[in-house]
Design a protein around this ligand. Structure first.
Ligand code: PNS
Length: 163
């Protein structure tokens, strides 16, 4: 069996930055499972079903990618899926503390699972799901920063004619 990574997150919504990290991950792993934490974000914009739909559509052209969701601890899900590692994207200094804390906690919970960080491409370094939602909420055009389906869903959600 090849090497498998779980790329967990809230994906509320998925951005081109996420796509870039997963694409890079496929050069290290035979399979990447992109998994939404069901108990993740407290107040999500999109339902789990909407987020799954957007992920399925966004990764349609990447055969090594599987889309899923999970409840409970990430490390338990990684074991359940017989995966070897956790894959996370790292953007800039601001991500480091949070990611460091999470990686160390996950290691404490299960010493056999490694966390692998990959830098996003420079062109996505400023993009986060939160800033995308903020821009879209006030009518900003997010095309080119998120997959097309996400752009459409944001328009539906906020009912705005985006510039
Ligand atoms: O995209 P996000 O919101 O930064 O992702 C955070 C996520 C979902 C990876 C993290 O909250 C998580 O792993 N949640 C599942 C519960 C868990 O195992 N937490 C980490 C150890 S306490």
């Amino acid at each position: 069996m090849g090497k498998i990574a779980v790329c967990p997150g809230s994906f509320d919504p998925v951005t081109n930055g996420h796509l870039d990290v997963v694409r890079r991950g496929l050069s290290l792993f035979d399979k990447v499972i992109v998994a939404i934490a069901r108990n993740g974000t407290k107040d999500p914009l999109f339902t789990i079903e909407e987020r799954l739909e957007m992920l399925h559509e966004s990764f349609r052209d990447m055969p090594g990618v599987q889309v899923d969701s999970f409840d409970g601890l990430l490390v338990d899900y990684v074991v359940k899926r017989q995966a070897d590692a956790i894959l996370r994207g790292l953007r800039a200094v601001s991500d480091f503390e949070y990611e460091f804390q999470m990686a160390l906690m996950n290691r404490k919970l299960n010493r056999n699972i490694q966390t692998v960080f990959l830098m996003t491409g420079l062109r996505w370094i400023y993009i986060s799901s939160s800033i995308i939602k903020e821009a879209a909420r006030f009518g900003g055009n997010t095309r080119g920063m998120v997959p097309d389906i996400v752009c459409e869903k944001l328009k539906e959600k906020f009912g705005t004619s985006q510039r």
